[in-house]
Design a protein around this ligand. Structure first.
Ligand SMILES: NC(=O)c1ccc[n+]([C@@H]2O[C@H](COP(=O)([O-])OP(=O)(O)OC[C@H]3O[C@@H](n4cnc5c(N)ncnc54)[C@H](O)[C@@H]3O)[C@@H](O)[C@H]2O)c1
Length: 327
């Protein structure tokens, strides 16, 4: 990994973004972190990272072209992670997703073009595949958006590819499957299960239990981003980050309860169930493209990653609200 040039990371105050920032700084890269402007001055998770004085932090809104353009100036590469990511909230506020995920990605691409920034890594998601017929899912499978969130990510991917094909912008689409680990919001299934159990719940309230997911620990996901960035290929292409494994939500809840030494019944919470046509039944990554081109290998199996996540949430439980379910 070259330490030359500044790298711009959007969504830097978020779950994956903050881990990526820390890793880039540890590798000697110069990082400009784009965090969402909020009145209170918070940098999200970057408020807590030990390397916070070794970065340049820019607060702005990804929907604001001027702010993104200013942030992109002088950067040699962009990792674009800023997005609205919750699927349930995309049912109630889809236009916010269009503005943040599609227009926000436009702002990043256009600013990169205008500034002559080098490579732009656009963060996609396995949710773009919807209900595919065959697993593991290869990068060539067509999109099948099942939620406004997924639709905006499909649109952002296509816009990015069009910027490569039309204007020669060096774009890579990095498509993580589900990622978990320290700092993840309780809107995601793993933290939600852990905080319910830490609160002593005798029942774990969940949405559909049968869908399967391919779960990657966040440090492996971040290594995947950096491997994709380093690789000479992938320009104008998508590449998966995933384990090529799958576990159902029900089995996942049972595994977490076992690791925590907890006994609890799993019950269906209607508010957490996705619309029937909106559910994505199976997600499992064909990860051969990334592995073959870069030698990337995950370092955490599910049990090791879950243990670390449980320990971190236990120490940080004051940050979570087990009594609330918010979309
Ligand atoms: N977590 C996963 O399992 C997963 C899986 C696949 C893809 N992804 C993708 O990875 C990226 C990061 O996701 P995450 O899990 O870290 O979520 P996150 O919500 O923690 O991070 C998203 C970041 O985007 C920022 N953001 C949102 N709206 C903004 C705006 N208007 N202006 C500026 N910043 C704004 C948020 O403040 C947040 O820091 C997203 O693009 C997401 O779609 C996540």
């Amino acid at each position: 990994m070259s330490a030359d040039g500044m790298v711009l990371i959007t969504g830097a105050g978020g779950f994956i973004g903050s881990h990526l920032v820390e890793r880039c700084v540890a590798m000697g890269m110069r990082v400009r972190a784009f965090v969402r402007y909020v009145g209170g001055g918070s940098w999200g998770w970057l408020d807590d990272v030990p390397c916070r004085n070794e970065l340049e932090v820019v607060a702005g809104d990804i929907r604001d072209y001027d702010a993104v353009l200013r942030a992109a100036r002088g950067c040699g590469a962009v990792f674009h992670l800023a997005a609205l990511i919750g699927i349930p909230y995309s049912y109630v506020s889809p236009l916010a997703y269009v503005r943040t995920n599609v227009e926000g990605t436009y702002n990043v691409l256009q600013a990169a073009l205008e500034c002559g920034t080098g490579e732009v890594l656009v963060t996609s998601t396995s949710e773009t595949y919807g209900n595919v017929r065959t697993v593991p899912i290869g990068e060539g499978q067509p999109p099948d958006a099942r939620s406004p969130y997924a639709a905006t990510k499909v649109a952002a991917d296509q816009l990015a590819l069009s910027y490569h094909r039309s204007f020669g912008l060096p774009v890579k689409i990095v498509r993580p499957f589900n990622t978990y680990g320290p700092r993840q919001s309780a809107r995601a299934v793993i933290p939600s299960i852990i905080i319910q159990l830490l609160a002593g719940a005798r029942e774990i309230r969940l949405g559909n239990l049968a869908p399967t997911r391919d779960l990657t620990f966040v440090r492996d996901t971040v290594d995947g981003f950096l491997a994709a960035h380093d690789a000479p290929g992938f320009i104008g292409e998508a590449v998966h980050i995933g384990m090529d494994e799958e576990i159902s939500v029900g089995d996942l809840a049972r595994m977490i309860a076992r690791l925590m030494g907890a006994e609890a019944r799993i019950v269906l919470a209607p508010a957490r169930v996705r619309p029937e046509e909106g559910e994505v039944e199976r997600l499992r990554a064909d990860n051969r493209r990334l592995k073959a081109a870069t030698g990337w290998e995950p370092r955490y199996d599910l049990e090791a990653g879950l243990r670390e996540t449980i320990d971190w949430i236990r120490e940080n439980r004051h940050r979570y609200r087990p009594d609330r379910y918010e979309v």
